[in-house]
Design a protein around this ligand. Structure first.
Ligand code: FMN
Length: 175
């Protein structure tokens, strides 16, 4: 079986649900964000944007909002100190695919740097609410953006290496 560092990263990435509170170094956050910006996008239109939330107070506000939409009382970000939020411009037909691919780059590049990471949902609901709209206007972000996902990152307390068997009939070949 062919294996290299990239393939190993892609195969060993696992969702982290237990983060240390320690802040991630700026250089690592920047490297992960940069990897996100190099995702392929339909017709090269670069429809997504990425917002890095590192401020504890604002991060906690996102946690409360997200918990509200999830209907839970716990922190949906599992204690992660950094939340990278991907949104994408709805006026571009491929925005959902573009944003999802950015999310993949964020998770895989974070894994490659030894950072725990996980996709946390409900960004769409967040940015349809007044809370999210205010965040965007405070950042002077204009346009019709939809929340695609949050990539929570930080140092893992533990990451399960339990991986579900890949389902049968995942892959087909036409030779
Ligand atoms: C679109 C999407 C949304 C997800 N939302 C959440 C979430 O809100 N909370 C959570 O704990 N995990 C979430 N996950 C993580 C999945 O549960 C996880 O990827 C899946 O169980 C497979 O585990 P693995 O990532 O370790 O391979 C999400 C994953 C994706 C792709």
């Amino acid at each position: 079986m062919i294996m290299n560092e990239t393939l190993k990263t892609l195969e060993t990435r696992r969702s982290c649900r237990n983060f240390k509170p320690d802040m991630v170094e700026d250089e690592k956050i920047q490297a992960v964000m940069r990897a996100g910006t190099y995702a392929a996008t339909g017709m090269g239109k670069q429809s997504p944007i990425i917002i890095a939330v590192m401020n504890k107070k604002i991060r906690d506000t996102f946690s409360n909002e997200n918990a509200h939409f999830a209907g839970v009382n716990s922190d949906p970000f599992y204690g992660a100190p950094v939340i990278l939020i991907v949104l994408a411009d709805k006026s571009i037909p491929t925005y959902l695919y573009d944003g999802s691919l950015v999310m993949g780059n964020l998770m895989n590049s974070a894994t490659s740097l030894g950072l725990g990471n996980i996709w946390i949902h409900r960004a769409k609901e967040e940015f349809e609410s007044d809370f999210g709209k205010k965040i965007l206007s405070d950042l002077d972000i204009a346009g019709d953006y939809e929340g695609i996902g949050h990539c929570a990152i930080g140092y893992p307390t533990s990451v399960s290496d339990i991986v579900a068997d890949r389902k049968e009939n995942y892959i087909y070949y036409v030779k």
